[in-house]
Design a protein around this ligand. Sequence first.
Ligand SMILES: Nc1ncnc2c1ncn2[C@@H]1O[C@H](COP(=O)(O)OP(=O)(O)OP(=O)(O)O)[C@@H](O)[C@H]1O
Ligand SMILES: [Mg+2]
Length: 377
Amino acid sequence: MAVTKAEVLAGLEGVKSPEGIPLPKTGKLSDIVVTDGKVFFSITVDANVVQSWDPVRKSAETAVRAIPGVTSALVALTGERAAAGRAQVPPSPHAGHGRPAAHAGERQPAVPGVAAIIAVASGKGGVGKSTTAVNLALGLRDLGLKVGMLDADIYGPSVPKLLAIKGRPEMLGGNRLKPMDGYGLKVMSIGFLVEEETPMIWRGPMVMSALTQMLREVEWGTLDIMVVDMPPGTGDAQLTMAQQVPLRGAVIVSTPQDLALMDARRGVAMFKRVDVPVLGIVENMSYFLCPKCGERTDIFSHGGARHEAERLEVPFLGEVPLHLAIRETSDAGLPVVATAPDGPHAQTYRDIAAKVRDQLGSGPPAGRAAPKIVIEA
Ligand SMILES: Nc1ncnc2c1ncn2[C@@H]1O[C@H](COP(=O)(O)OP(=O)(O)OP(=O)(O)O)[C@@H](O)[C@H]1O
Ligand SMILES: [Mg+2]
């Protein structure tokens, strides 16, 4: 029998808040997500009392694990901070309640210490967005920038694998997480926090909560740029995510086929809707480079993304060939920019990185005007 939400709530009745109130009655619980015996929810409390709630979080996990049929439990504790002390920003947009942070007229709070955040997105899945994001981040690193990487693909995180990062992030004081390190990048992914096999059929509110925590409760330190690997698609979930993060710009990845380009167009439109400048389009798997003879074949009428970029009046950032070395290094956690820095592919990614950096140089400051539309998750 599948575990139900009601069973989880019943199991939590015995867990008391520091004031002695049964946890389900405190009003601090997020929605509870149960998938194949795996339970996930968060407790959101005032940041000042977060320490006193940690034992409650642990007891909640223990209580949930004891419910027959539960195979694992992850309870996140979120400290909600008041606006005081943060210059020129509105209250922290804690999404523990599933509300998107941005409302018309407000400004997205910047992430302290992070100069610019950019999204790498695609309208369509499987076009090589994560591979591009990782190699672009490494290319930016090679330009001498301090770079972070946030895996926002909550449903299918792939950054831990692409950067071959194992283990779990260390918990620092104040319930903050230390990012992991991958080839000199500071990295955070939901993949570090939940089991790989966990099906991520989370509802909107949970997704937002996880994203906000990874953005705002991680000690990112000082970063010149943070690259966000977005989940594929242009639906409400992606739109809300784009709103949740104070983005300075977005890079759209597309393959050259017409169908993919149609999706890329939707991606461009989505970012325009939320007032995020499109930094440009990358054509991935642009042409086939034979690893044996080096001969080039334009399997999918290459150049489509360049034309599309011209048509949409957004910059074209470059073309990456379809090459076995890129696939093999990417899938083995040995990204080509880090492991073959002198090769042609690394150079391609560094050129794209330089264009992205140059685009940002003239962009608006972080903490841009918030999007005009709000989609309830
Ligand atoms: N230029 C390339 N040449 C060869 N293989 C590539 C290239 N870019 C990506 N790949 C391969 O294509 C597959 C999909 O890439 P990736 O996971 O980066 O796509 P994605 O758009 O992030 O997918 P998803 O939508 O699932 O998040 C991977 O096996 C990757 O190694
Ligand atoms: Mg991906």
